[in-house]
Ligand binder design. Structure first.
Ligand SMILES: Cc1cc2nc3c(=O)[nH]c(=O)nc-3n(C[C@H](O)[C@H](O)[C@H](O)COP(=O)(O)OP(=O)(O)OC[C@H]3O[C@@H](n4cnc5c(N)ncnc54)[C@H](O)[C@@H]3O)c2cc1C
Ligand SMILES: NC(=O)c1ccc[n+]([C@@H]2O[C@H](COP(=O)([O-])OP(=O)(O)OC[C@H]3O[C@@H](n4cnc5c(N)ncnc54)[C@H](OP(=O)(O)O)[C@@H]3O)[C@@H](O)[C@H]2O)c1
Length: 442
């Protein structure tokens, strides 16, 4: 007997899993529920718009929908439009791959001031996420502080500093491009609590910073003094070696009178975000005692702060949740409740592992979870309901859902929007327009 599965979340993890399940030919139907109209999760609403090549992975991720047994339900939020209990009643297998949407917090004074953002807020805005509040950059923006030493921090620093004319051909919604064009920013300060040898940057992303037209990179030579532990890290980890080498090359460059600068500040942690009615600076303190040729800056002037210190998951109502890690407790992808594994319930992707790993990391992750599912399948109880009942329930609730054909319609519309700008499709960032476009279905 062939079985049925529901996948909640159409990001990379969910879509790699979809392909795995359908390849195994053990399912008569696999339904994918996605909270926003468009699929692909952070590939669409995370990957930087000036990295269009990376975003083309969506073509690979879409391959699961080539199977006739795969169905897409866009604009359906599980926990809101339908419940976890509805899904458990109607499918043999339910897999959660809802990723992470919020930001970790620093827990310091001033974090809630206007123009202090979590990276997820800024990223959701500049990629055109339909639920993202529209951001207005400060009128007097000259200097921004970005906290964190990972690739998200680099994305944010690069997009803030990059010549805005280079953003015109990207997928960014036009009001976002206009906001970057109007920005008067000249300096971005990237603040890392550890050293270059411990930074999480990957090498191509770091090197790209040094190649930006009209942007000078400023590195303090004192930050590059390596302790014996740092030295060991550099010898043992290629990425650490590249980071230290690249930063060393930049530290020796003669200052270039460029329009904008990105400053790297290592071994500093923010202790307070300053300002009365809005951000006007960040107080930082050193995290190691190394004599400096110059006095360490203790206050970095800034009209805007972005903390890029990691995303954070939020609980899906009806599921166990580990508040500390922001993940769903699991064993080999099986969701574990208070009394052990919950039969037929699985988790994959960032929601399983936490907010690290590139798109490709989700492929073996989904493979492991698919192996657990396929191994469990003969013993899983048959549900009382069916996917057809679930679909009827969605109809009754009058949800304005998108099918896979609707997504193609939206995709074509976005490609048309991009054509006059000679570039990528432009992301539609509001639900009303999406629903208007799909209402024209014949
Ligand atoms: C800013 C940023 C930039 C990145 N850039 C790159 C890059 O350039 N290259 C790279 O290799 N990796 C990049 N990554 C990492 C990569 O995006 C992740 O590894 C990957 O997206 C995680 O996949 P996921 O499926 O677990 O989660 P997600 O991609 O977050 O997908 C989760 C999906 O679940 C949906 N969902 C959430 N809640 C519900 C619900 N209740 N009901 C239904 N659906 C729901 C969401 O809308 C989303 O579509 C980046 C990450 C970030 C944060
Ligand atoms: N182009 C790309 O390939 C690309 C682009 C974007 C994202 N991604 C991937 O997406 C994943 C997530 O990226 P990310 O940048 O969000 O996470 P990340 O790589 O884990 O980096 C988070 C950074 O925040 C710092 N941090 C954490 N808590 C902090 C605190 N309280 N105070 C100060 N600093 C703090 C960490 O420092 P410590 O190390 O000291 O903890 C680290 O430098 C990564 O796997 C990344 O590679 C890839």
């Amino acid at each position: 007997m062939k079985r049925t599965a529901a996948i909640v979340g159409a990001g990379p993890a969910g879509l790699y899993l979809l392909a795995n399940l359908l390849e195994a030919d053990a399912f008569r139907r696999v339904d994918v529920f996605e909270a926003v109209p468009a699929p692909f999760g952070l590939v669409r609403y995370g990957v930087a718009p000036d990295h269009p090549k990376t975003r083309t992975i969506s073509k690979v991720l879409a391959a699961g929908f080539d199977y006739a047994d795969a169905h897409y339900f866009g604009n359906v939020t599980v926990g809101q439009d339908i419940s976890v209990a509805d899904l458990r009643r109607c499918y043999d297998v339910v897999v959660f791959s809802t990723g992470m949407r919020g930001d970790r917090e620093l827990g310091i004074a001033g974090e809630d001031l206007p123009f202090s953002f979590g990276a997820s807020e800024l990223v959701a805005w500049y990629t055109g996420h339909p639920d993202a509040p529209k951001i207005t950059l400060p009128d007097d923006l000259r200097s921004a502080v970005v906290i964190g030493a990972g690739n998200v921090a680099l994305d944010v620093a690069r997009l803030l500093a990059r010549d805005p004319d280079e953003l015109v051909g990207t997928s960014m919604p036009r009001p976002v491009v206009d906001a970057f064009k109007a920005s008067t920013l000249t300096d971005v300060h990237l603040v890392a609590r550890r050293g270059p040898a411990q930074a999480k940057f990957t090498s191509p992303e770091l090197r790209e910073i040094g190649k930006l037209d009209g942007v000078d990179v400023v590195v303090e030579p004192d930050d590059l003094v390596l302790s014996p532990d740092d030295q060991a890290e550099v010898e043992n980890r290629r990425q650490a070696k590249t980071t230290v080498t690249v930063l060393g090359e930049w530290a020796e460059r003669s200052p270039n009178p460029a329009a904008r600068r990105i400053h790297f500040h290592f071994w500093r942690r923010p202790v307070r975000i300053l300002g009365d009615t809005a951000v006007n600076g960040v107080q930082v303190e050193p995290t190691r005692a190394v004599p400096r040729a110059s006095a360490p800056d203790t206050i970095l002037p800034a009209q805007m702060v972005v903390r890029a210190i990691g995303y954070r998951g939020t609980a899906v109502p009806g599921l166990p949740f580990d508040d500390g890690s922001g993940t769903i407790p699991s064993a080999d992808g099986r969701v574990v409740g208070d009394d052990g594994p919950l039969p037929g319930m699985y988790v994959t992707g960032w929601l399983r592992r936490g907010p690290t790993g590139v798109i490709g990391t989700n492929r073996p992750d989904a493979g492991e979870v698919a192996a657990s599912i396929l191994g469990d399948l003969p013993e899983l109880p048959v549900p009382d309901g069916s996917p057809e009942e679930l679909t009827a329930l969605l109809d009754q609730r009058n949800t304005q859902l998108l099918t896979w054909d609707d997504w193609h319609r939206l995709e074509a519309y976005e490609a048309e929007l991009g054509r006059p700008h000679g570039g990528d499709p432009i992301v539609v960032d509001d639900l009303e327009t999406v629903l208007r476009v799909i209402a024209q279905r014949t």
